[in-house]
Write a protein that binds this ligand. Sequence first.
Ligand code: NDP
Length: 274
Amino acid sequence: MSQKPDRYAVIGNPIAHSKSPQIHSAFAEQSGELLEYTRILGEKENFAHHVHDFIRNSGRGLNVTVPFKQDAWQLVNEHIGSAALAGAVNTIILTENGQLQGANTDGIGLVRDLANNHEVELAGKDILILGAGGASRGILAALLEQQPAHVLIANRTASKAQDMALEFQSLGEISGSGLQNLKSQNFDIIINATSAGLNDRIPDIPDTLLRQNGVCYDLMYADKATAFVRWGQQHKARLSLDGLGMLVEQAAESFFLWRGVHPQTAPVIKMLRP
Ligand code: NDP
């Protein structure tokens, strides 16, 4: 009798655009792991039901995307790694004893894309994060672990950035401010974690923000250069990158948490790059 594949899925709303099934299928093929990976279109009021239903039907783990990362954080029995402080879970793992563990692999994904795929050193650097939403929360612990000189979170709503900096201050040098306070400052690395790019826009930022040889990174990705990637190119960034590499790297860490295997990410990034 042939063995049944283990079941995994990504849950979000909307979900049709998700590249996760393609990424995990490629990882499975590459590593010889027998698994099936599908999409679940979740309804906001039924998130817990969707998860329990999937697990009951032999599901072994889930990726969680917008808008359910906070719901997932509340649902799981235990937080692992940086998920506790992030307040958001993007990976659910079913343990041997039937418990649900929640992890957040977004930060590791970003750091690995910068450090391993693009050789960008983070230690000792001045880093600016634009935006203080869920994505910023998810990346902060992993960034601070690399011991940058300082991380500034700048947000349209200043109080959200200031509150977030206070929450993470035990992990390293971090502060928060409004976008309007950025005028006389500059940075080695600027990370766009706002959702302004969804409307092909960038936050209102000064032209002098990026240091010479600086690096721009947009968490968003698209088939053509995003608005922030274009901003980086126009402002002479040494590298101006989008978040496709982070997407694949965070998926690789989820795959590792589920299967104990580190897949190769480079061929998968290459496959997805238009
Ligand atoms: P949230 O809705 O939680 O937060 C949005 C943030 O963007 C807030 O800080 C908001 O400011 C700010 N913002 C929105 N519009 C503007 C604007 N016009 N000008 C200035 N600031 C603005 O979103 P997320 O944090 O979940 O997601 C942010 C981005 O990160 C998305 O594009 C998402 O696709 C991407 N992402 C990519 C991942 C990857 O793997 N590559 C993983 C996770 C996220 P305010 O507080 O003032 O409203």
